[in-house]
Design a protein around this ligand. Structure first.
Ligand code: NAP
Length: 246
């Protein structure tokens, strides 16, 4: 289904990004992974992807760094010959109530989770426009739609991604490129592993489907948005949250 396509996945070494990388690779895509610093996770994931018979390479790059993302995209274009799919998935949390949140914690989350996506889109925009095809998928969160106490930085960044998604979709549609977002609820990854047991229990109780989601379930949605089965969908934000935000 994606044979001959190249997918760039930020935060592709672990969690949702890793599951998406494996899912796109199972469907034939070559994979360029971007990660922040965990070399071991990146090389393990790269090995797992290669075992599926596609090309894979990982790139250490802080997505909040505009120049570094530019150099990395240039290198990926040289290594793979083009980019067809971009998944802006890299993200962090630095949760605190507003009264305790430092300026640094606010800026850091905005710079990685929101500006990081802009940086990547800015650098793949021309190559995708020239190809006259492509799919960009931003990983937002229901936190950006509902708000969440303790996440002023995170929910602002995730809400920002929704505006970015819609604007990019409008700017690039005439060139045959689509841009959508997924908005997960609670998904079982390292990011949610750190939540206290009580918070997890309360979250599960609030989710109509009564459980947290799995990275593979989000990966299925990313696969759908990456390929031609969604070719008439752009500018859309699709929740995947077990009904948390109905
Ligand atoms: P995770 O398991 O903590 O993995 C985060 C990934 O992002 C890692 O690959 C990490 O690289 C990479 N990363 C972090 N900072 C980066 C930076 N500055 N530059 C490049 N890469 C960076 O997270 P996850 O739970 O899979 O979350 C993935 C995305 O889904 C995030 O955007 C998150 O906000 C969103 N999301 C998650 C949930 C959830 O419940 N888990 C819910 C809604 C939305 P290293 O391995 O090198 O550290």
């Amino acid at each position: 289904m994606l044979k001959g396509k190249t997918a760039v996945i930020t935060g592709g070494s672990r969690g949702i990004g890793k599951a998406a990388a494996l899912k796109l690779a199972e469907n034939g895509a070559d994979i360029a992974l971007i990660y922040a610093g965990n070399d071991e996770a990146a090389s393990d994931t790269e090995r797992e992807i290669k075992s599926l018979g596609v090309k894979a390479k990982s790139y250490k790059c802080d997505v909040s760094d505009f120049d570094k993302t530019g150099e990395t995209v240039k290198q990926i274009l040289a290594d793979f010959g083009g980019v067809d799919i971009l998944v802006n998935n890299a993200g962090i949390t630095k949760d605190k109530l507003i009264l305790q949140m430092s300026e640094e914690d606010f800026e850091k989350v905005i710079n990685i989770n929101l500006k990081g996506a802009f940086n990547m889109i800015r650098h793949v925009f021309s190559p995708m426009m020239k190809k006259r095809s492509g799919s960009i998928i931003n990983v937002s969160s229901v936190s950006g739609m509902m708000g969440n106490p303790g996440q002023a930085n995170y929910s602002s960044a995730k809400a920002g991604l929704i505006g970015l998604t819609k604007t990019v979709a409008k700017e690039i549609a005439s060139r045959g490129v689509r841009c959508n977002a997924v908005a997960p609820g609670f998904i079982e990854t390292d990011m949610t592993d750190v939540l206290p047991e009580k918070v997890r229990e309360n979250a599960e109780a609030a989710i109509p489907l009564k459980r947290m989601g799995k990275p593979e379930e989000v990966a299925e949605l990313i696969l759908f948005l990456a390929g031609d089965r969604s070719k008439y969908i752009t500018g859309e934000i699709i929740k995947i949250d077990g009904g948390l935000y109905i």
